[in-house]
Design a protein around this ligand. Structure first.
Ligand code: TTP
Length: 393
């Protein structure tokens, strides 16, 4: 079966981290988000991957090339990001038989995708405590009868998890009008399919839509938790690496450092001496974690340097960032309430009692900078020595 992977969105809610890299190519536990999606599709038996690309497509093409895990990969360009149905329609000429559609910025449990493929035509679903925020599936006689978007009084807690297997006939149902929010929505295609076919709901154990910066932390927490210990890098005899830690070949953990799993130290990264890395941390390729630095439950994407005597907690740090010595990130409010972050001009609760900072690519902090909980530094931002940053810049 063909799997169409949607990776052409602009990822505006993920800014500044998606300024240069399209959101599906942001790293989660050592591989792009869409890499997890592609792997799940291949494991479930996809025999061709069709990537719908647009914004930042070069990085997607470079990463996947013409075949991935033995499965051919082709690319389709979506000229204008008009919505998810429009993205699938861009791939119409490639469609040949029943086809799966997966979102390149969603994480699925791979066994669930396997079951989804087996149950075709099918729709992935997941049980949530707050169904009113999602598309709720109403099921009758084992088939999806309708999908109700964000109902005030949901009939059940089973919601659309954004993965589908469509019958071949759906190829001719992809032209849908613009919705109220001005997009061509795949759920409108789905409504047409549900009218004509028995579409089985397949419940996933876990699913995540990675849309906003703090969701990268949750994504890492999930995927790092599925890894076994693998230490291929250079770990000093005087360092302690505890639990399910991946130290890739070419990574170095220096004297006196402690790394507590789950954690991932990528090739080319150096940790220490005397550093402390803990709590679901991803240290990306060529990242430098300096002397006496503590990193807790954070993502450091690539080529970033954290100078000595710094603390980074519950934070997402982009590429080629330089955090000057003594940079400290606050990750807890005095009142213990969830930390909020500004997303496209609105204050949005992260739902996390502990959340630190979001630091865009190429930002630099002066020594002894203090970053307040929930602050975002834009791409290339600068702070002065000793500065306290309480609002985004
Ligand atoms: P969204 O997360 O809804 O959109 P986005 O990626 O542009 O992000 P934001 O809202 O923050 O700007 O997209 C869901 C998935 O569908 C994602 O993998 C990108 C993909 N997509 C396309 O391929 N083409 C499109 O036109 C749209 C809107 C999304």
């Amino acid at each position: 079966m063909q799997a169409i992977l949607l990776a052409a969105g602009r990822g505006t809610r993920m800014r500044p981290l998606s300024n240069e890299v399209p959101k599906p190519m942001l790293t989660v536990a050592g591989r792009p988000i869409v890499g997890h999606t592609a792997a799940a599709a291949v494991e479930a038996g996809a025999d061709e991957l069709v990537m719908v690309v647009g914004y930042g497509q070069e990085t997607v093409r470079e990463h996947f090339g013409s075949s991935y895990r033995g499965v051919p990969v082709s690319y389709v360009e979506q000229d204008e990001q008009q919505g998810t149905a429009d993205a699938v329609r861009a791939a119409k000429e490639h469609i040949d038989g029943a086809f799966a559609v997966l979102y390149g910025d969603n994480l699925y449990d791979p066994a669930g995708i396997d079951a989804l493929f087996d149950a075709a035509p099918s729709i992935a679903s997941v049980r949530v405590p707050n169904p009113s925020n999602y598309g709720v599936l109403n099921v009758s006689d084992g088939a999806v009868a309708e999908i109700v978007e964000k109902p005030d009084a949901p009939q059940n807690d089973l919601v659309n998890a954004g993965a589908y297997v469509f019958p071949a006939e759906a190829r001719d149902m992809l032209d849908v009008p613009l919705s109220e929010r001005g997009e061509r929505e795949l759920t409108d295609v789905l409504d047409r399919v549900i009218d004509r076919f028995n579409v089985s709901p397949v419940t996933l154990d876990r699913w995540m839509d990675v849309g906003r910066p703090w969701e990268l932390l949750e994504a890492n927490e999930w995927k790092l938790g599925t890894f076994d210990r693998r230490v291929d890098g250079d770990v000093s005899d005087d360092a302690t690496v505890q639990g399910d830690v991946v130290v890739e070949e070419g990574a170095t953990v220096k004297d006196g450092s402690v790394v507590e799993g789950p954690a991932y130290i990528s090739a080319g990264a150096t940790v220490g001496p005397n550093a402390y890395v803990r709590g679901c941390t991803f240290v990306g390729p060529d990242v430098h974690v300096g002397h006496a630095v503590e990193i807790k439950n954070s993502v450091l994407l690539a080529e970033t340097s954290v100078g000595h005597l710094s603390y980074v907690g519950d934070s997402v740090v982009g590429r080629r960032v330089n955090l000057g010595a003594g940079t400290n990130v606050a990750n807890l409010r005095h009142d213990g309430e969830a930390v909020s972050v500004t997303v496209k001009g609105d204050r949005v609760s992260t739902g996390r009692r502990k959340f630190g900072a979001v630091v865009g690519d190429d930002a630099k902090t002066g020594i002894n900078t203090a970053l307040n909980a929930g602050v975002k530094l834009s791409e290339g931002a600068r702070t002065m020595p000793g500065e306290t940053v309480a609002t985004d810049r």
